[in-house]
Design a protein around this ligand. Structure first.
Ligand SMILES: [Zn+2]
Length: 515
């Protein structure tokens, strides 16, 4: 009897000590994250000073070097690991002006990997697309583009976002605008189909026919926001023009004015360059071959500075690693931070890593990825792992209410098939999760747009996420059990009517833009 009492007293005591320690560490993480936050400084250095991080650019490489040096300052080992090569390119000065019938400087940006012009640029008249009945009529018209700059986007009927119409328009005029826009879009799409080309490959046809430039406007349905991707031309400049300026030019051309613009776009072709992931590690003391991975893609598109895609995910993981190194320097399991390259072209950095390091994938205790903007984490799915509820639930318990009270969990959930880098690990069977943020108008205003800049970062939300990530990581490192990888039985896919299957690992593209 006495012995039993003693044992239970001992058990109670160790349980109490454990919870004390957990609570102390959680408090210390919170304190460090709030009182000594480095987020503003990190964001300044990465977004303002370094700039956007398009794969293959010198700015991507300098960002990788910056990350390694930043970790070094904190006493954390880090290195750049090459996984492939990419077409090397550097953005230069873009300046686009209307020069006839009057002079105006335009809001425009050269598209990624687009060949440059000389510093004198090219000057030419604009041409819009007429309506085509079929591919024959397109072929007949095509010689008209010779020596011209072709306007390849539809004229938008309004530059105001729908929320703005909803607030101020009469119901009738809002409905009228929407139905007009729908029918314009339908006609536009049908017209492109009639040419026998798609909006993706038609620019190459214009180029072949002797056009000397491409002008597009890819409006993102928000005030001032355009999406800026790559060009699809081999030799001639291609620029994206703001909705406002594009609309003005378009109306002038349609009214029969000889409308000329001048494009200066001084980008450089840098041949073929190596491309990397930055990997940082805090070695585990008890289970060094088991890993808790902090994951966020490091690359971006380059219309803005990639602040919310994925600067905020990046600084969340940097800051979580910094806090952990200070508060919890001897983790039981190895903490590994993956700053992946070329997520934007198809999860290439992370899937290369998964392919090159099967022993690390086997040792994954958990991976936490963040990549959908600056907002507080509000969704967490079990990604189809049957027992995710068990361990994620346990870890979440240690987190103070304020960091988790908005998180909606889904268990077991279904395995991610893309979208961001956790999918590269889920496909390989490793328990990888997405810390999914609330929107802050991500899709229209910042995702891949010219407006994805420092000022859109909501630092209090990112601070929330860095602390949350650090605590989850600490709990995953300390868990006495290795996490289960057992997969849930997947339901019937309503579209195919077939039983759902676990996603397969994708083959990374290791030689980008070099065909
Ligand atoms: Zn992203």
């Amino acid at each position: 009897m006495k012995k039993v009492l003693l044992i239970s007293a001992y058990l109670l005591c160790t349980a109490f000590m454990f919870s004390q320690t957990t609570e102390d560490i959680v408090k210390a993480i919170e304190k460090e994250g709030i009182e000594n936050s480095q987020l503003e400084q990190l964001a300044y250095e990465l977004m303002d000073l370094n700039g956007p991080r398009l794969v293959g650019t010198p700015e991507m490489k300098s960002a990788h070097d910056w990350a390694v040096n930043t970790y070094k300052k904190w006493g954390i080992t880090a290195e750049n690991q090459q996984w492939g090569t990419w077409k090397g390119w550097q953005r230069g000065i873009t300046h686009v002006d209307m020069v006839s019938p009057r002079v105006a400087s335009l809001h425009a940006t050269q598209l990624a990997w687009n060949p440059g012009t000389s510093s004198k640029g090219v000057t030419a008249s604009l041409i819009t697309l007429p309506s085509f009945t079929d591919s024959l009529s397109f072929v007949k018209w095509l010689p008209n583009v010779k020596g011209k700059i072709v306007m390849v986007s539809m004229l938008q009927p309004t530059g105001r976002p729908d929320e703005n119409w909803e607030e101020y328009a009469t119901k009738a005029s809002f409905e009228k605008m929407k139905s007009e826009r729908d029918s314009l879009e339908k006609i536009w799409r049908q017209n492109i189909r009639n040419t026998g080309y798609t909006s993706r490959n038609i620019n190459a046809a214009f180029e072949k026919a002797g056009a000397i430039g491409i002008a597009q406007s890819r409006w993102s349905e928000g005030f001032g926001a355009n999406k800026i991707f790559s060009a699809g031309t081999e030799k001639i400049p291609a620029v994206d023009i703001s909705l406002e300026d594009y609309g003005m030019l378009y109306r002038m051309v349609e009214h029969g004015e000889d409308t000329k613009i001048k494009i200066v776009a001084e980008s450089k072709d840098l041949g073929v360059v190596p491309t990397f992931n930055t990997i940082a590690t805090i070695p585990g003391t008890e289970f060094p071959d088991e890993y808790v991975i902090l994951s966020a893609h490091f690359d971006s598109w380059d219309g803005g500075t990639g602040a919310t895609d994925n600067g905020t995910g990046t600084i969340t993981m940097l800051e979580a690693a910094r806090i952990l190194k200070k508060v919890y320097p001897n983790p039981k399991r190895t903490i590994l931070v993956g700053h992946w390259g070329s997520e934007e072209q198809g999860l290439n950095g992370s899937s290369s890593f998964a392919e090159d390091h099967p022993e690390i994938v086997d040792g994954v205790q958990a991976l936490f990825n963040q990549d959908n903007g600056t907002g507080r984490v509000v969704r967490l799915s079990g990604q189809g792992f049957l027992h995710a509820y068990d361990y994620l639930g346990r870890w979440l318990e240690a987190i103070p209410e304020t960091y988790k009270n908005e998180i909606e969990t889904t268990f077991p959930g279904s395995p991610g098939r893309g979208g961001s880098d956790y999918a590269s690990f889920v496909a390989a069977g490793a328990p990888a999760f997405s810390l999914s943020s609330l929107s802050w108008d991500y899709w229209n205003y910042t995702w891949h747009t010219n407006l994805d800049t420092y000022d859109k970062i909501v630092f209090d939300d990112v601070r929330n996420n860095a602390i949350l990530t650090a605590i989850l990581t600490y709990m995953a490192c300390e868990d006495p059990k290795k996490t289960s990888r057992e997969k849930a039985v997947l339901g019937i896919n309503p579209r195919s009517g077939k039983k759902g299957e676990w996603p397969t690992q994708r083959k990374p593209q290791r030689k980008g833009g070099q065909d």
